[in-house]
Design a binder for this molecule. Structure first.
Ligand code: SF4
Length: 222
């Protein structure tokens, strides 16, 4: 009986998330954005990863973390959580501060989204939290972390687990630094040690442990 109820609840959540992602992909609220929205798809999950904004490659490849930063992020998950890229993409919901590519600034680096664009996009994240009610959210990079907790410096928040409320739901939050090659923070002490500590916290979190256990079972290792 309990299994049947859970199956019905999951079906309802999947329908809501399908509709949400379909509406998100049609969003054109920000006229200065240089691409249409990018989504990782309607993955029903207890875990959400929140990125910053799409880069130039993501809209072409139609998936978040499609380029160099993604390579490092997925290597971290493989090393610490035993989940490869395919598993992470198929088991974890990907959100972001802004889903579109903001374009380049005059120095040739990716433009940081403006406050009005961040505000425009925040309702999508709120809705995702309401639908999924995640147990764990992993914001990646300072811009993403700042949308959920105070982040005066990365040293103060990386390597820690926070209890946070947003959109009427309480969840654990374990921040990660941005894995982009442009920022050396995670490679230099104390960033290196704090990043390892954060990844160990993520690997031990019950919501991630449940996902990686599923992965080991499917690959015949458990
Ligand atoms: S950044 Fe967000 S709010 Fe703005 S157009 Fe893209 S999806 Fe819509």
């Amino acid at each position: 009986m309990r299994t049947a109820l859970r199956a019905v609840a999951t079906k309802i959540i999947q329908t809501q998330l399908d509709q949400h992602v379909s509406a998100l992909l049609r969003c054109r609220r920000c006229s200065r954005m240089k691409s249409t929205p990018v989504s990782g798809g309607p993955i029903v999950s207890d875990v959400m990863i929140v990125g910053q904004a799409s880069g130039p490659r993501e809209p072409v490849l139609q998936r978040p973390f499609a380029h160099t930063a993604g390579k490092t992020l997925f290597r971290w998950f493989e090393e610490y959580c035993g989940m490869n890229e395919v598993t992470v993409r198929s088991r974890i919901y990907f959100a972001a501060v802004c889903r579109c590519f903001p374009g380049k600034n005059s120095s040739g680096t990716d433009r940081v989204p403006a406050p009005d664009e961040i505000h425009n996009c925040s309702s999508w994240m709120d809705n995702e939290i309401r639908i999924l009610q995640p147990r764990l959210i992993i914001p990646v990079g300072r811009l993403a972390i700042m949308q959920l907790i105070d982040c005066p410096k990365l040293d103060k928040v990386i390597g820690r687990n926070f209890r946070v409320e947003r959109a009427g739901h309480r969840f654990d939050l374990i921040p990660l630094p941005h894995p982009s090659g442009a920022s050396p923070w995670h490679k230099i002490s104390p960033g290196c040690e704090l990043t390892k500590r954060a990844l160990k916290l993520i690997a031990r979190h019950p919501a991630i442990a449940a996902l990686s256990k599923r992965e080991r079972r499917y690959s015949g290792l458990a």
